[in-house]
Unconditional design. Structure first.
Length: 242
């Protein structure tokens, strides 16, 4: 019997970014990789809010499933695991380069202001310009040319206006912190981080200590987007978790 897996992509990506992982999972897994509001085929869906995204997830996900999320998608996955309507349905969590948010209110407000300013810039750009600029973010730079080209093509499936709405509604500054609610997450959690992603390696260690059942797996040689850089390894870790 096939196991159900739902995969949530990161900011600027679409569900198609999970294709290499889905292929590596094989026929024993039934994978759903939706486009999150503001992205890809869901670029025009409004409102772009946490509540709306969680409602979308509740509507499309099976009765019981493993939830996997990368970066923004990982943050949303944690919120899903803490939401009463979804927490009982989530059997396992696999988080890649993910954070529970910003605990300090002043820092979170500053990040929200920065995200709003970036959203203004996104709206003033076409998607090609913004995709090229976003790829140079220090956390994402240095990917092999072939991989960078595939990621760029995936970003072009979205629209500037949709990504601006996603920044304002789902950005790190927009969402409440979950640091003080991690003990409420009852599902076992695997936190995957790349060896070169020092910032999120530290966050993952702190998150694992706060969870009832959490473990950190560091993938050698990878950066922030581990599922794009090492899809077979991520698929193996999902199989072990699920």
């Amino acid at each position: 019997m096939a196991r159900d897996v739902v995969l949530l992509h990161g900011f600027t990506h679409t569900g198609a970014s999970w294709d290499p992982v889905v292929a590596a999972l094989g026929e024993r897994y039934r994978a759903l990789a939706p486009d999150i509001r503001g992205h890809g085929s869901a670029a025009a869906r409004e409102p772009v809010t946490l509540e709306a995204v969680l409602d979308d997830l509740a509507a499309l996900a099976p009765a019981r499933f493993t939830l996997v999320g990368y970066s923004m998608g990982g943050r949303l996955a944690l919120h899903a695991a803490a939401a009463p309507a979804l927490s009982e349905r989530i059997e396992r969590l696999v988080l890649i380069g993910a954070s529970p948010g910003i605990a300090d209110p002043a820092e979170r407000n500053a990040r929200r202001a920065a995200d709003d300013a970036l959203a203004d810039q996104v709206e003033d750009s076409n998607i090609e310009e913004f995709a090229q600029r976003w790829a140079q973010t220090p956390m994402l730079a240095g990917q092999p040319p072939e991989l960078a080209a595939a990621i760029h093509a995936d970003r072009l499936r979205s629209q500037s206006a949709g990504l601006a709405r996603a920044l304002r509604g789902l950005g790190t500054g927009a969402l409440p912190s979950l640091w003080d609610r991690l003990s409420e997450v009852r599902a076992p959690v695997t936190l995957i981080v790349g060896e070169r992603d020092a910032k999120f390696s530290g966050i993952a260690s702190d998150v694992a200590r706060a969870l009832a059942d959490g473990k950190v797996v560091v993938v050698h040689g990878a950066g922030h987007a581990v599922h794009l850089e090492a899809p077979e390894k991520v698929a193996l870790l999902i199989r072990r978790a699920a």
